[in-house]
Design a protein around this ligand. Structure first.
Ligand code: NAD
Ligand code: TDX
Length: 353
């Protein structure tokens, strides 16, 4: 049975990945710092599961990570741990550099030393998979798509920190031979997403009949990827990806933000109409734009389709329906994750910009 060290596995994508991996019979050692974005409740069904070991800690804690590697002898490390919200990176970039850059560097060094001491097939088969974002490529105009050879041009403190970590991962392969893989994916949505991101934030506010904040003119485009499809892509890359390569992962689902918000309004109206029968679209409120707001992201996912036979199984419509249904069925989870300091207030207005 394979063992994975998963970092950030109490977060949105990492949590979905861990649930999927355990269901498929893998062993998972799950290292998570439990920041505001980490929610043990996502993993509630695994509490007694012998295949899941949860460890509360930081990827930058070399002593801890070294011990985990020594004790559990994982076949691979999958690095999801990061500060992930662009708006928060505008308000406070330092934490993004600390975890995404300094933390990833520590994890890479510890992984390299562990891998170097392995022998035979264990050494040959070991992989370090780094989960990154399409935001490292910058912003597109009306035409074109991000490919794996698109030059990096990160525009936010978040994407700059992810770009730096991607470069370190690449350098550890070229310099030390560490068998790395990197995936760069587009905007994920689906179960267990912290309600600071567009989709769950709009769902929460729309259910409550509150104003739906749309930044700028609402015409920015994102390529929407259902989280379960993303997790399947990561597994495929882990199993069959070529060492040292990067793979773009996208949902073939480019939509303007305004379309996303209107779609969510219509799905909620059909399931749970507002008491006064007003269409929720009327709650849309245009607010001040995000500073440095990237206009358009679009992924050319041709490489992972050709080389690894991966394509997304959810369309934009089917994935959004599933997400809305999940959200309505899991209101207790949402209430619980909103217990902390975050009150769905506007973040990242760039008061100091
Ligand atoms: P998330 O914010 O929901 O979860 C991040 C998790 O990492 C949390 O559980 C948090 O507690 C943990 N964490 C933070 N700092 C840590 C540290 N120093 N040590 C250990 N754990 C730490 O993020 P997400 O949306 O699940 O994103 C996961 C990864 O995927 C990130 O690397 C992100 O950059 C990347 N990504 C996300 C998206 C998206 O649409 N959400 C798209 C592309 C790439
Ligand atoms: O209230 C909002 N109103 C709004 O119009 C929020 C929170 C967002 N937006 C816009 C900004 C973006 O154009 O919606 C779009 C999506 O915003 P986010 O959900 O914050 O995602 P984004 O900035 O695109 O970044 C996401 O995708 C790439 C993830 O947060 C990153 O971790 C990932 O790397």
């Amino acid at each position: 049975m394979k063992t994975l060290l998963v970092t950030g596995g109490a977060g949105f994508i990492g949590g979905n990945f861990v649930l999927q991996a355990i269901a498929d019979g893998l062993r998972v050692v799950n290292l998570d710092k439990l920041t505001y974005a980490g929610n043990p409740e996502t993993l509630a069904t695994l509490r007694e599961h012998p295949g899941h070991v949860f460890v509360h800690g930081d990827i930058g804690d070399r002593t801890l990570v070294e011990r985990l590697l020594r004790e559990h002898r994982p076949d691979a490390i999958v690095n999801f741990a990061a500060e992930s919200h662009v708006d928060r990176s505008i308000d406070g970039p330092a934490e993004f550099v600390q975890t995404n850059v300094v933390g990833t560097l520590a994890l890479l060094e510890t992984a390299r030393d562990y891998w170097r001491a392995l022998e035979g097939p264990a050494r040959e088969d070991f992989r370090f998979l780094h989960v990154s974002t399409d935001e490292v490529y910058g912003s597109l105009g009306d035409e074109g798509m991000f490919r794996e050879d698109t030059p990096y041009a990160p525009n936010s403190p978040y994407s700059a920190s992810k770009a730096a970590s991607d470069h370190l991962v690449r350098a550890f392969h070229h310099t030390y031979g560490l068998p790395v893989l990197t995936t760069n994916c587009s905007n994920n949505y689906g179960p267990y997403q912290f309600p600071e991101k567009l989709v769950p934030l709009v769902l929460h506010k729309a259910l409550a009949g509150e104003a739906l904040p749309v930044y700028g003119d609402g015409r920015n485009v994102r390529d929407w990827l259902f989280v379960g499809d993303h997790c399947a892509a990561i597994r495929r890359v882990l199993e069959s990806g070529r060492v040292g390569e990067t793979y773009n992962v996208g949902g073939h689902a480019e939509r303007e933000n305004l379309t996303v918000v209107k779609t969510l309004c219509a799905l909620l109206d059909a399931r749970q109409p507002l008491a006064d029968g007003r269409p929720r679209e009327q709650l849309i409120t245009f607010v001040k734009d995000r500073p440095g707001h990237d206009r358009r992201y679009a992924i050319d996912a041709g490489k992972i389709r050709r080389e690894l036979d991966w394509t997304p199984s959810e369309s934009f419509d089917s994935g959004m329906q599933r997400t809305v249904d999940w959200y309505l069925d899991h209101q207790a989870w949402v209430r619980h994750v909103l217990d902390g300091s975050y009150r769905m207030q506007r973040l990242g207005e760039g008061a100091h910009a």
